[in-house]
Design a protein around this ligand. Structure first.
Ligand code: R1P
Ligand code: URA
Length: 292
């Protein structure tokens, strides 16, 4: 099937609509970050940089780190942006830009998020690193795709019952990390179930001026147990990343620098330094990932 101009959109220079990238500018190992300024904080460690491309909040740099070609791309905040970034990353490797057809031989990307997050467990302290074994999406992104077979529906239903959420909040979707990528990050990192939500304040239980419809939500989440595993942290992209990666045939993993602890009320005194430590540690592990 030839994809129509309204569905698969290219810019005048032949690059993909939002990311502004051409297929040869993307590596098969991709690091995603929320903050566009974090891209430089990662590529400053690279040996060489071959491409720098900006459009809106999407800032990409591709280069070499210890013999591995890596692209670093900022997604901005939220799973609405993840929908754009992941569909376009996939198009860059799996759609022929000349014929506008899906390629016969598909490419799988290794995609690692390096982001910040808030812990909801008192014993997962600020400035720790956490790898998301499983993601729970309270945003609704995955429900727009045919995705039941990659979701853990039993987990979703038990969580919904435990949280006593009203129906209008919808069914959270549950997707696991790629186990092969996870194996590179099991040592020294906390592991946990990450909840992705569609906001930073009310949806993560923060009150500045507006009262919450469900003020005990974080506390109830902290006490949910599924197969001896617990919900550990809150952020805004991981579930979308895990869901779309699995549907598109890519391998994804989310790494979290814990900058807030919602149980103790603390915030990191130097979040920039904590993210920098995570970047340095993660880059060497990413460089060691063997090709499949
Ligand atoms: C909110 O402050 C942002 O920080 C976290 C959340 O997921 C959200 O994007 O990730 P990043 O630090 O990668 O942006
Ligand atoms: N990012 C989030 O989304 N939540 C936090 O508490 C900290 C960082």
């Amino acid at each position: 099937m030839t994809l129509k101009p309204s569905e698969f959109i290219l810019n005048e220079d032949g690059s993909i609509y939002h990311l502004n990238l051409l297929p040869n500018q993307l590596a098969t190992t991709v690091i995603t970050v929320g903050d566009p300024d974090r891209v430089n904080n990662i590529t400053k460690h690279f040996d060489t940089i071959e491409h720098i491309v900006h459009k809106r909040e999407f800032h990409t740099q591709t280069g070499m780190y210890k013999g591995k070609r890596i692209s670093v791309i900022s997604t901005g905040i939220g799973t609405d942006n993840i929908d754009i970034v992941f569909n376009e990353l996939d198009a860059l490797v799996n759609i022929d830009f000349k014929t506008r057809k899906v390629k016969k031989n598909l490419t799988s990307l290794d995609i690692i998020r390096i982001g910040t997050s808030g812990s909801i467990q008192a014993d997962i302290p600020i400035d720790a690193f956490l790898v998301s074994e499983t993601a729970v999406g309270f945003d609704s992104l995955l429900h727009f795709y045919k995705s039941e077979e990659i979701q853990d529906i039993k987990f979703s239903k038990l969580l919904l019952e435990h949280l006593i959420l009203p129906r209008e909040n919808g069914l959270p979707y549950v997707v696991n990390a790629d186990v092969r990528l996870l194996s590179y990050f099991e040592k020294d990192y906390f592991k946990g179930i990450t909840v992705t939500n569609c906001g930073f304040y009310g949806p993560q239980g923060r009150v500045l001026r507006l009262p919450l419809s469900n003020p005990n939500l974080n506390d109830r989440m902290a006490h949910f147990n599924y197969k001896d595993r617990r919900i550990t942290n809150l952020e805004m992209e991981t579930a979308g990343i895990y869901g779309l990666s699995k549907l598109l045939g890519h391998r994804a993993l989310s790494l979290n620098a814990i900058v807030a602890n919602r149980a103790t009320g603390e915030f990191s005194k130097d979040p920039t330094a904590t993210v920098e430590r995570l970047i340095v540690d993660a880059l060497d592990r990413i460089a060691s990932i063997e090709a499949v």
